[in-house]
Design a protein around this ligand. Sequence first.
Ligand code: MG
Length: 504
Amino acid sequence: MKGVTDPTVKKLLAKYHSISLLGKIAAVLDWDLNVNLPPKASEGRSRQSALMAELITDKWIEPGFQSLLEKALEKKSSLNPLEKALVRNLEREAKYYFKVPKEIIIEMAKTTSQAFMVWQEAKKRNQFNDFLPYLKKIIQLNRLVAEHLGFAKNPYDALLDLYEPELTAAFCQEIFQKLQPKLTSLVKKFKPNPALEKIENLVKGQLIYPRQDQEQIAHYLIKKMDYALEAGRMDVSSHPFTTELGRFDVRITTRYNERDFRESLTSAVHETGHALYEQGINPDYEGTPLGGGVSLGIHESQSRFWENQVGRSVGFLNFFTPIFQAFYQDQMAKVGSETLIKLFNQIKPGLIRVDADEVTYNLHIILRFELENALINNKLQAEDLPEAWRAKMKKYLGVVPQTDREGCLQDVHWSYGSFGYFPTYTLGNLYAAQFSVKMKREINFDELVSKGELGTILSWLRENIHQYGSLYWPKELVEKVTGEPLNPHYFLDYLEDKYTRLYS
Ligand code: MG
């Protein structure tokens, strides 16, 4: 790697290279699981994936690796900035494998592969009690992981840090306490427009929007965003996602609903936001601890920026209206841009996180954060989760699910074993708003989106964020790009301003 001269760091990089390759091979299996796998193959695949997880763990704990890393850490002060960043990221990634016993890592992999299948059934049949024993075990394993990783005050901190470097429960609490009352007052202020119900028949009634048309529009959009499709592809999966299998292989998925064209388009734009980040990273970083987006929060800032700040903006939807009209001549005969703008932008409390609007989405996250924090700290027992969920839904969103399927069984994350993941979604919204204020001072954003000219926007993101990969941690990156630490006011101002205009 260019710029690396220290012999110990060079040796570490060589060892890391195969870990990185194994990770990408495991990701191919996972992509295939989500996109192509025949139903009967799931058990076989879970054995293959478990073996990959074991091989990766073995690579990390190979004799020699830890002592090499310790040697590099000892002479940290004499390393150059690039080498320091490499060693810092290696230390962070290695911590999990060095500190958590291999038996626990394997136990977690086995438990979660079963838990995922049980959760799918339990959700379908609305049987929380079927999932309960797995959930209990996953919470217990996460507590053990936290104990082994170590923490200053709160075991949940050790888990949050796995997804977002340096993130703590106290920091989330501080930010969420500022957000929650303001979000709640926005929900009250911008009640769903009665005229909207009529408009909603366009996408929740009898009209059909053929999948082929949606595919063509989605492809048009993602090409417009400059997603390099000769180094990527778009497939279909029930939960849209992005995966990076190599510098020239960054894939996304979307999903199609023939009665509602919004799902496939917002998913395609969102996932392309993730993919553009990966495709924009300095090529020298590939296969090193600097490759890949730096954190889930920063990653989500990129996807949400494209989805919400660009895709749902008045300017872009105005630009896009003739394209919709051309494809959907029959369905949208009398539909103009104003209706489309309303369809893509409405504040309406609902039960399901993934269907939520830009405002209420974050209330769903605050609820999950508080429940996870209580579960990990033994202040809430897993059997009491459905009740606690309903109480918080009532408090924050004013709606209460009648079933656990629409309540605490709705998300896949806990069955995967992920505790500490949810807060990164809201962080993404906050980062995106703060980045975009800075961007809008430097380029003529509104004019560009209203002409559908997105190249300058992508160049700004490449220059300021993408190229760095994992060189700067989120806190440093935000300060470097915007000149100040994360500040939730940018997001709140953006929402207030946008919806005041839209509803007036
Ligand atoms: Mg995302």
